[in-house]
Ligand binder design. Sequence first.
Ligand code: URP
Ligand code: ZN
Ligand code: ZN
Length: 478
Amino acid sequence: MTTTLISGGTVVSATGRVEADVLVDGERIVAVLQPGSELMGTDVAASADRVIDATGKYVIPGGIDAHTHMQLPFGGTEASDTFESGTIAAAHGGTTSIIDFAVQTYGQRIEDGLAAWHEKAGGNCAIDYGFHQIVGDVNEASLEAMKRLPDEGITSFKMFMAYPGVFYSDDAQILKAMQVSRDTGLLTMMHAENGPAIDVLAAQLVDAGKTDPYYHGIARAWEMEEEATHRAIMLAKLTGAPLYVVHVSAKQAVEQLAWARDKGQNVYGETCPQYLYLSLEDQLGAKSDEWGAFEGAKWVCSTPLRSRAEGHQDSMWQALRTNDLQMVSTDHCPFCMKDQKELGLGDFRKIPNGIGSIEHRMDLMYQGVVTGEITLERWVELTSTTPARMFGLYGRKGVIQPGADADIVVYDPNGHTSIGLDKTHHMNMDYSAWEGYEIDGKVDTVMSRGRVVVENDTFTGAAGHGQYLKRGLSQYLI
Ligand code: URP
Ligand code: ZN
Ligand code: ZN
């Protein structure tokens, strides 16, 4: 087996930082050593097959993006990244594992939806991948099938209070699924927006001629997110199900999560880079020669971008500091403007919902370290260690320690990353939602299970290297 020594760097974990060398043998980390150490009488650097010089750089556990949608059929089209293109883009950005959402559509068996997802991902991923299960049709058979998901390595499922007619579940269906969650330990993930009410508001806006992308965010008012978050919390309380609210964007929704957590309930939440950096005002102001006000379609996602004047972005950063929110995922759901987003020209309701960020999450969150929003350790915790614990991967992923998979990122705080379509972008998109963002840091080298998959800005891995991750139950619950 090949040995690699990552030498001279600062190993950063969720709890601290230390000058140390990391020795990798084959696919695993075998030692974290004092710099220049000997191991059983041998000079480690001299005997390693390869030495990666990390002097002046951070050595962190590879990023885990726990919310992605590769090849998701949605909004009359399909998310534009394949498992291959999306995971290569992820690797470029320092993410070494993803957890994607297998889909059960209405009328479909869960087993068949899951098999279809294995078919799409198997042999195509450049980094390791796991699945959550979207439950889009709650019935007796699917409730039984859910109980068998842990045998498949799937320990979390997503339900939607939004998107009537697509993935939507009513309260009775949610209640029944949460009872399974309570009995099995499966983590209930919730898209918490009041979909039926939003659809009425959206129709009224369109009838009034308000069809531009900006009105997507007006229809999906924060009250709709706060209300649904509260309802999900109460259903979880009643049933005893552990609850994880995805893509939180409204400060009032965070207040609901904090309220439930303060009462000792097993309630968690993630936010995404778009809700930290981008705003509804940005979307309103977005105009281009090519698209006019339809330029704003680039940032149509659900939950929507929120008003900066109302303070939602500041509230998200604060909640990340105080652990009212525990994680940052991307909700990577990319669409091109041509042929995809443009389906909603003249009616914002038809714009496929989603933003692509998988390549930039680690950088965008590192910029939060530079600007003092979070600490270096919290960066590692939010992007790698907590996702591993939350979704039953910790020990193998999310940490640099002997026995863990050698998923390692060497990150250069003296480097620089300019984000944009023509600069660093490997996602299968014809625009970047992050065009013009500048990061005071840079992904230097990325290792996935002991194999260097990115160095010198070049992908050196292979589609098919990524293995399916059978996950255990959450290691984060109280
Ligand atoms: O806009 C989004 N979030 N698209 C992906 C589907 C979802 O709700 O996560
Ligand atoms: Zn969602
Ligand atoms: Zn999503």
